[in-house]
Write a protein that binds this ligand. Sequence first.
Ligand code: SOE
Length: 391
Amino acid sequence: MTEQKATLGVGMIGYAFMGAVHSHAWRSAHRFFDLPLTPRMQVVCGRDATRVAEAATRFGWEDSATDWRDVIARDDVDLVDVCTPGDTHAEIAIAALEAGKHVLCEKPLANSVAEAERMAAAAAVAAERGVRTMVGFTYRRVPAIALARKLVADGRLGELHHVRAQYLQDWLADPEAPLSWRLDKSKAGSGALGDIGAHVIDLTQHITGDRIQEVSGMLETFVKERPVAEDSSGLSATAGADRGPVTVDDTALFLARFAGGAVGSFEATRFATGRKNAIRIEINGSKGSLAFDFEDMNVLHFHDATLPDTEGGFRRIVVTEPEHPWVGGWWPPGHGLGYEHGFTHQVVDLVQALGAGTDPAPTFADGLQVQRVLAAVETSSDTRTWQEIPV
Ligand code: SOE
């Protein structure tokens, strides 16, 4: 008779793309990894009662709700998973923490530094009561990224000189692609900068173990207005109009100095025609370099500069051995993982931290630091000046 494990009641707010992939993670984590608590998918919440009930059935949630306050009030919910647009992260997460619920919040943490500061403060108070928080920077949980971080930590790259990071998508390159909440500053806070730039800011700091100290940025909006989609309720577009303004950046580029001395170049765009979800990172150090592209996510390229040039060049490491982080829970070597596995690994690490009574990473404080970098890039672009990141 297997021991009956304690359960972790989960309530998820939002059921679109992030809701779908988070649902997959809540369904799969304890079926492939030994966890101290068994997640129980109690309730999913969304504004449209019919559509959220359909989502509950489709994604495996026991119940559905239309008001996130009802989710937070439930005794069978121990953790609230915030999968909504950024304009609601602060209100929902802070209320959930104050109600004693653990919180997993999608990235970026908030739409402003002020909101992120309030969330981090609430998280610090909640942690004193054993209530934990995590921000959903899931690309940290790609095995090849974990290997990259280990190579740097083990000194295999030596002194770091260059950090080169791009996040390239092209789903907005069509000027007739309709307005969505990701193009509305009041909902998303920023465009490519916060949506995907946040990922490469977190990733490069995670891999290097270093922090960005100052930035010089440039934001650009290529397409200033777009067609209004049918379900564009609440967006900035004038009610009844057939076109509305794009109020965020289409692309963000910035230079960075890391505290440890490395220099960085960053690019985040949703107009890189032909690039679908290309997170490209290359780090050059005195003893070696590494290179990664999410569009080939099971591979890490490593150049050992301590070898003679006749034996040099980048080696292609297929990161699918059971000894690589999280891989042992899945398939034999060479079978590969996908986008959704990072979300399952996120749940695995979150639940293991909850079981151990420790703070999951990245914390809300980490999310606040990323928010400060985002804000510094925006200020730099507006003022054409270098901006320091307040510690
Ligand atoms: C859209 O750019 C998006 O869905 C991001 O919001 C996600 O964080 C990223 O994982 C995939 O692309």
